[in-house]
Design a protein around this ligand. Structure first.
Ligand code: AMP
Length: 215
């Protein structure tokens, strides 16, 4: 595979984060998640933190000009120059155009195909350990001992503040309105691959690895 930007598309909860991190280790390129970057910025005392918080806690997209600048910096100034996996970006046509015109046009997109109901359960059930970062889901992958992290024993387990039912519905609506058109956008440029993202982590991983061989 030549140096590429791999864009992961899919509903919130379709597994982009988990699989993106796995792929990054497998092919030695960074996994850049705009959601993670923005959450860190909200928790720091950056000048943008209050505006970011306003949009994110409401389940709406942050204005593209802000996200575009951040992503450009991450890709062009770091290891991303050797290619990267973009998770959560682009989220609309404006960002997709920005990426091609201002960063790199060597892009492929992978769509994580999953039904709304599965994505809802994955999101509403997910929580993580604040101490070691281990990820869990109360429906599919709970801790062995209620309220205690299997990995490090911490009881500091947290749900994401934008994972409430109302916010989630808004995020799904935003996805359909803003992000779904990117499927046709990349398809019409022959840059779209699809993966069935309804199965187990291992099944999805296997499908993704076979897609990577074609890229
Ligand atoms: P995620 O973790 O990808 O679900 O992102 C969480 C939240 O961060 C989203 O609901 C948006 O408010 C914001 N966000 C992440 N990526 C973007 C983006 N590319 N454009 C605009 N907002 C974003």
């Amino acid at each position: 595979m030549t140096r590429k930007i791999i864009v992961l598309l899919g509903l919130p909860g379709s597994g982009k984060g988990t699989q993106g991190a796995m792929l990054a280790k497998e092919i030695f390129i960074p996994h850049i998640s705009t959601g993670d970057i923005l959450r860190k910025m909200v928790n720091s005392s950056s000048e943008e933190s209050s505006i970011l918080k306003f949009y994110m806690e409401d389940g709406r997209l942050v204005p593209s000009d802000l996200v575009n600048k951040i992503v450009r910096k991450y890709i062009l100034s770091g290891d991303g120059k050797q290619g990267c996996i973009l998770d959560g970006y682009p989220r609309n046509l404006e960002q997709a155009e920005y990426l091609i015109e201002n960063v790199d046009d060597n892009i492929v997109a992978i769509l994580f195909d999953v039904a709304d109901e599965i994505s809802m359960k994955r999101i509403m059930g997910r929580f993580s350990c604040s101490s070691c970062g281990e990820l869990y889901n109360k429906f599919f992958n709970n801790t062995k001992l209620e309220g205690v992290c299997d990995s490090c024993g911490s009881k500091d387990l947290t749900y994401r503040s934008d994972d409430s039912q109302i916010t989630l519905q808004k995020r799904l609506d935003e996805y359909k309105k803003e992000t779904l058109p990117l499927v046709d956008y990349y398809k019409s440029r022959n840059k779209l691959f699809r993966v069935d993202a309804s199965g187990s982590k291992d099944d999805i991983k296997e499908n993704l690895l076979s897609i990577l061989k074609k890229i």
